[in-house]
Design a protein around this ligand. Sequence first.
Ligand SMILES: Cc1ncc(C[n+]2csc(CCOP(=O)(O)OP(=O)(O)O)c2C)c(N)n1
Length: 599
Amino acid sequence: MALKLMSGNEAIARGAWEAGVVFAAGYPGTPSTEVLEHLAQCDEVRAQWSVNEKVAFDEGVGAALGGLRTMVTMKHMGLNVASDAFMALPYSGVNAGFVVLVADDPNMHSSVHEEDTRFFARMAKMPMVEPSDPQEAKDLVGVAFELSERFRTPVMYHSTTRIAHTKGLVELGERREMPQIPYEINAPQFSTGIYRHRLRLEVEARLEQLRKYAEEFPLNRIEEGKGSPQPFDKLRTQSLPIGVITSGISYQYVREVLPEATIFKLTMIYPLPLRKLKAFCREFEKVYVIEEGEGFLEEQIAAAGVTNLVGKALFGTIGEYNPQRLETAIKGTQFPTDFGQEIAIPPRYPMFCTGCLHRTVYHALRDLNAMVAGDIGCYTMGALPPFGMVHVNYCMGSSVGNAYGFQQAGVERAVAVIGDSTFIHAGIPGLIDAVYNGGKNTIVILDNSTTGMTGQQVHAGTGVTLKGEPTVKFDFATLARAVGVRHVAEVDAWQMLEVKRAFKEAMQYDGVAVVVVHGPCQQLPEMKEREIVPYLVDREACYGCDLCLALYCPAILKGEEGKPRILEWECVACGICAQICPVEAIYQQEIAPAECPEA
Ligand SMILES: Cc1ncc(C[n+]2csc(CCOP(=O)(O)OP(=O)(O)O)c2C)c(N)n1
């Protein structure tokens, strides 16, 4: 028996491979990203980053209808983008198995907002499964595909940050090659727009079958309590028999905190086996429903007439659960809401890497007194001190429309700042709209040749596919011109004066202006591996004006006599500090980088 230590995401990828997945598409987003990255390493799987989640979903639909087992991956916000197609697909159902992995991020470790996507499955009337550990994460993929093909339905595979990133030993299996299921033209089944009224009935009929199946689903199981007296003697002496209904990562916390409890462990979390759950609840005086996020399980069970549930009122909806939180809640004491901040670490703001192009951009926009509608990516951090230069920020692609709206409201110097990956993902329609409706905004596209924030994934503007193959490279300036932008400039991020001049001219232009700022991410291997000749400060020439310190570059510190000092081992020689020094006191000299004394 081959065992391997795997994260949940790696296990999901392994499960997809073993289940015979042939086509896999997605868009990066923590905590789902690594699933596709692992799948890309499998020769048998055509894994790809698509330009956004909606496109990935649509492509997946085509592949599954065409007869290939297909997986589509995204984080919770990605499902918002794909939701139009997500809602429509249950109407037609699928041909070969189709599983959409959606990973939520309770506590927003890497997300703009918390969102419980389980409600989407219910809205779409799509069956949904959820694992509790890496082994189950792997096995459940195969189960989801069987469910999908048996009921000819898309299946949502729900995961969360802790499931995605927790590691555990996983028993490996073999790949099952699945023969392609022949596709036959059948418009009454798959042209959902026209045949919607009949298909609407089919959705309901299928859901009814799924409800029945949920009652028999073997991975929804009851685990009898162990009767252990620890640690809840209080509950025991009051002889309050406790039952627990739970799923996902919460199941692990329950096992830890309530080892004596009888647990109804749900693995298929939509539709629910309500008949069984009701019978279960009758056995106990009190039943805890322990689930992260909203009261998705609780509300449905309560709506079925169960009245002895204790859930969200006790455990709360905000943030992640953990054993401490559950224990505190069950013992009746108030659980602090600043969870995650118990560890004493010095407070500090996240900051752009040394040599990051975003620093130049915000520095220039600050000097030009711009009002910035920001977007989603590393550059979102420009909202924080010391720059404080992202004045509004919502979700991917919003910057372009937001800036246009501000201009409509008469707000001056409204500039949209958007990353390359984000522009391709959701910025393009906003740009077309601004041109079409006669906007007068500047749109700054930050081309760092990667999807930086999620861990340097390639995208359509990088000229490389997820499989590492060369491909057509999207050209931002050409696209801008093609949609009618008359003022298009391209600048090198490390030419400070040029960047500033380009922004100034764009902001003065009477129409939509696009400035593409090129500057590869410093975390890309080619940037990290290049030879760097660091900059130095001539202490004699420097008179301590602190202009270079206002860049907030991690490589520049205030040294002796209050004069700046450049950390040679940190400097990546972007040269911005030298460019803004009024007395040319910063210079580059061919020397061996000194050892970092603290290292
Ligand atoms: C709808 C949606 N999908 C995915 C994500 C995850 N995500 C956060 S930032 C980002 C893109 C960042 O890339 P880019 O715009 O190129 O900016 P960079 O971080 O490289 O500066 C992604 C995909 C998200 N926040 N929302």
